[in-house]
Design a protein around this ligand. Structure first.
Ligand code: IPE
Ligand code: IPE
Ligand code: MG
Ligand code: MG
Length: 339
């Protein structure tokens, strides 16, 4: 597919269109993102037709493409060859996609990006294998960049993500866990990938170590802000705008920051929470509404904004240029977004 046509493909992605104001910063890397899209379409080349179809459907369902965007932006402070950069950014987004495929099985989620998930029609075992295929494809995209340090970053990040998802599963329905556990989990499942995306973009461009570190720190703080906001939206958003089921964290028994602050302010609620959540007659919706209308939301939001500010502060050692400005506005977007 020629580059121009690929750009148009990106413009057609539904969620890119709706989020355009917030994602205006991505205009700077629009052409590269179109090439990433084109590269990822090779997922449709897999010989087994049902798998190829499933992958293309997931790709076409859109997504904000934030992780490849920060990968590319991070590589733009120093001259960076285009081809390995596109492979790297495709690797990052494919890794993200694989974690979503597995996450929706784990979270029993039937909707993602407004489209039925793979596990809505496939068995869990089959869906997990499709996710495994995507992990392997992500690794092979990354290998195309022919840089051993990047392979180390990738492998380590995947280990951290799996560790985070497992920790989450092992702490389900534990409403009294320390707040530190929450931070550890969201670092593992989300911030680690944002951080790795930025770090690997910087490494590929040959940035000096202090700048690699600055971008890695930016990615970490951006990812923390992003996941806290995702956890807030699970209370304040609506299914249609988010394209995924709200209230699902509580439904699954996952303690997130808004619920943590609510329970801290109402320790007496912890005892009845479990029974309320398990009562089939709208119990989850009642608890979601309680938390949504409580000051816990604003407290969590304040914290997300604090992480976003730290993300912007991390950029300070870097030259002030349009790439740095775009990254700063992405940090603002992460905590102002509605999807
Ligand atoms: C969803 O990530 C998973 C989390 C880490 C919260 P995104 O909100 O970036 O998902 P897409 O790719 O835009 O659909
Ligand atoms: C992100 O957490 C998990 C991954 C790293 C895939 P969530 O479980 O909150 O993500 P959503 O809300 O399903 O997108
Ligand atoms: Mg989930
Ligand atoms: Mg979520």
């Amino acid at each position: 597919m020629p580059a121009m046509e690929a750009i148009q493909t990106v413009e057609r992605l539904p969620s890119m269109r709706q989020g355009q104001e917030g994602l205006a910063a991505l205009a700077l890397v629009r052409e590269e993102l179109a090439l990433v899209e084109q590269k990822m379409r090779s997922l449709g080349d897999v010989g087994f037709a049902p798998l190829a179809e499933a992958f293309l459907k997931i790709l076409e369902s859109g997504g904000k493409r934030l992780r490849p965007a920060v990968t590319i932006l991070s590589a733009r402070f120093y001259p960076c060859p285009l081809e390995p950069l596109i492979s790297l950014a495709a690797a990052v987004e494919t890794l993200h996609t694989a974690t979503l495929v597995h996450d929706d099985v784990i979270d029993n989620a039937l909707l993602r990006r407004g489209t039925p998930t793979l596990n809505a029609s496939w068995s869990h075992g089959t869906t997990i294998l499709a996710g495994d295929y995507l992990f392997a494809r992500a690794a092979s995209f990354a290998a195309e960049a022919a840089n051993v340090r990047l392979m180390h970053i990738f492998a380590r990040t995947l280990m951290i993500i799996v560790d985070g998802e497992l920790r989450q599963l092992f702490s389900l329905r534990n409403w009294q866990q320390p707040r530190e556990e929450y931070y550890r989990r969201i670092f593992a499942k989300t911030a680690s990938l944002f951080s790795a995306a930025c770090e690997s973009g910087a490494v590929l461009s040959g940035a000096p170590e202090p700048h690699v570190q600055a971008l890695k720190d930016y990615g970490y703080h951006l990812g923390m802000a992003f996941q806290i906001m995702d956890d807030i939206l699970d209370f304040t958003g609506d299914d249609a705008a988010l394209g995924k089921p709200v209230g699902n964290d509580l439904r699954q028994g996952t303690l997130t920051l808004p619920a943590f602050y609510y329970l801290q302010a109402h320790p007496e609620a912890a005892a009845s929470l479990e029974a309320e959540l398990r009562s089939g007659d709208g119990g989850v919706e009642r608890v979601v509404a309680l938390i949504r209308n409580s000051p816990a939301i604003e407290r969590a939001h304040e914290e997300a904004r604090h992480f976003a500010d730290q993300a912007k502060a991390s950029l300070m050692p870097l030259p002030d240029n349009p790439y740095r400005q775009a990254m700063a506005s992405l940090a603002d977007f992460a905590v102002a977004r509605e999807k």
